[in-house]
Design a protein. Structure first.
Length: 111
């Protein structure tokens, strides 16, 4: 069997279970074991360089979107807390209470 031009032969040692798994996966894809191994090497190299396959890229993007939604929820919670505090302060101003001194709840001066 001749090696195609520009290609080199590699020797890979795997245990029997892994070999059987590779055979099964190659058969499911309609590939030879050598073709499947080449595909596996290419995918591993692409992933090592940060160029993910579509499935990995989709999962990564979904994680980003989930994080963004959580962060947006936290900011909405903070905004609602600010609005509640603002409404409380406005109610105190309208009723004539002092919003500057929270200890002065009874309207008495503290010295």
């Amino acid at each position: 069997m001749a090696i195609r031009k520009g290609a080199v032969r590699l020797s890979v040692v795997v245990d029997e279970n892994m070999r059987d798994e590779i055979k099964l996966l190659a058969k499911e894809k309609g590939m030879s074991m050598t073709e499947w191994e080449n595909m596996a090497f290419e995918n591993a190299i692409e992933e090592a360089h940060g160029r993910y396959s579509l499935a990995n890229f989709s999962a990564e993007r979904l994680n980003q979107l989930t994080h963004s939604v959580e962060e947006c929820g936290n900011r909405v919670d903070n905004m609602s807390d600010l609005l509640v505090d603002l409404i409380h302060m406005i109610n105190n101003l309208v009723s004539g209470d002092s919003y500057l001194n929270d200890n002065d709840q009874d309207g008495e001066e503290t010295i």
